[in-house]
Design a binder for this molecule. Structure first.
Ligand code: IZC
Ligand code: ZN
Length: 419
């Protein structure tokens, strides 16, 4: 195979160590391979070889057409994977910041028809093209910040027509730019105004009218539900997720974020791929998620922006053997940030995860949270050549320099797409 691109001489090449095809658990979450003077050789969209530069040069043939990226003084990581976002939305909610400072909570704002329901208003009047334009703007920001794959949820339409419009917009955005978007149907995001007081009626609508069409059109890999007070109960979430599983979709759940309803236990019962948020997870929820190896997708950007009193108990989960991944939760209300580098800092400071754990949680484990652990998330021959080069002397520097974009170049499927 011809070498189309060679990234060489990295001060550090950093990837998960002893990666076995499974998520990194417990003490293994901190295991990183750090290669000084590292290189990655790429053939087309795939990685051909990884290792110290002189060894890689022995394994592959370099020709006059091979693109060369000299990473001297820089670090090379797998492309960051953001496994929980609401990236394709119209409008914004900056007016809620002041309400929040004055003491109104996220759920208070939602109960008054703001929050998610304010975004639902903006999305319903937006055309598909407007949603695509917004999605393109946000994905280009994400790519420039080192994210090469992200999940994207619907959930601001809440009618069949508007949910399909959003999922079709997500598919268009996926095709129009380099970052891979993995679509999730989140019809169970909030109860729309026309069903106020009749949550079960809306759940029927999701189960009977929306899910079968979404599945038949193959517009979503995952189905998710916002299982929360003021949104959907455990029983209502179970109904939606079971119906989705019967249609062949994989499952995710917004679980135990604000109130401890038992979403983590439900995720284990249904063998969901991930349960996300988990600030209020119970001991039993931790035990059950470890037992069923449900990925905990932790979203410290949201906890920070909602000014919650405590963060998810990441250390307890890691110690109990729950696989842990990190994501932004990028959305117009509870986390208008899509920079995984900022999440690194929050995860270190407030989840008390070490920088090494954070690297694995944002690469290989985040890939597993999307069911993509065999194709992305680590630098290994045969995987997709999704690579980020940071202008940093070591990976420890990434969470340290918070608020600055340290990305120097981004390679997606073997093509240099930034820098
Ligand atoms: O738009 O507020 N938590 N859904 C559940 C969100 C946050 C997104 C939003
Ligand atoms: Zn979310």
């Amino acid at each position: 195979m011809e070498t189309t691109l060679l990234i060489k001489n990295a001060k550090q090449l950093v990837t998960s160590k002893g990666y076995s095809g499974k998520p990194m658990l417990g003490d293994d979450l901190a295991k990183l391979e750090v290669i000084e003077g590292g290189a990655v050789a790429v053939g087309g969209a795939l990685i051909l070889a990884v290792g110290p530069t002189e060894e890689v040069l022995k394994q592959v043939e370099i020709t006059s057409t091979t693109g060369i990226v000299d990473a001297t003084g820089k670090i090379v990581l797998p492309g960051l994977v953001d496994p929980h976002t609401h990236t394709v939305f119209a409008g914004s909610r900056e007016h809620e910041l002041e309400l929040k400072i004055k003491g109104m909570s996220y759920l208070d704002i939602l109960a008054r028809g703001g929050g998610i329901l304010s975004s639902v208003k903006s999305n319903r009047v937006a055309s598909k093209d407007e949603l695509v334009r917004a999605g393109l703007k946000y994905t280009s920001e994400m790519l420039a910040q080192g994210t090469t794959t992200a999940e994207a949820k619907s959930g601001y339409g809440l009618t069949l027509e508007d949910e399909l419009k959003t999922l079709e917009a997500i598919a268009e955005v996926d095709g129009l730019q380099p970052l891979d978007l993995i679509p999730t149907f989140l019809g169970g995001h909030a109860v729309p105004p026309e069903y106020k007081g009749d949550t079960d009626g809306y759940v029927n609508r999701v189960v009977k009218d929306m899910l079968p069409v979404v599945a038949e059109k193959k517009l979503a890999k995952f189905c998710d539900v916002f299982c929360e007070e003021g949104a959907f109960s455990v029983e209502q979430s179970r109904r939606i997720l079971k119906a989705a599983a019967a249609l062949g979709m994989s499952l995710k759940i917004h679980a135990d974020e604000i109130k401890p309803l038992g979403g983590a236990e439900l995720a284990a019962e249904l063998r969901a791929v991930s349960a996300d948020h988990l600030l209020a997870i119970s001991k039993e929820g931790i035990r059950r998620m470890a037992q069923e190896l449900v990925m905990a997708v932790l979203l410290p950007g949201t906890t920070f922006y909602l000014r919650e009193k405590h963060f998810a108990p990441a250390r307890k989960m890691i110690e109990a053997g729950v696989p842990v991944a990190l994501a932004t939760d990028f959305n117009p209300g509870s986390c208008p940030n899509n920079n995984m580098q900022f999440i690194m800092t929050l995860a270190c400071l407030y989840l008390e995860m070490t920088p090494a754990e954070v690297m694995n949680a944002m690469t290989i484990n985040a890939a597993h949270a999307l069911g993509l652990g065999s194709s992305i998330g680590s630098l290994e021959a045969g995987k997709l050549a999704d690579v980020v080069i940071f202008d940093a002397p070591s990976y420890l520097y990434l969470p340290y320099r918070f608020g600055t974009n340290l990305v120097s170049q981004v390679v997606k499927r073997g093509c240099l797409v930034m820098g």
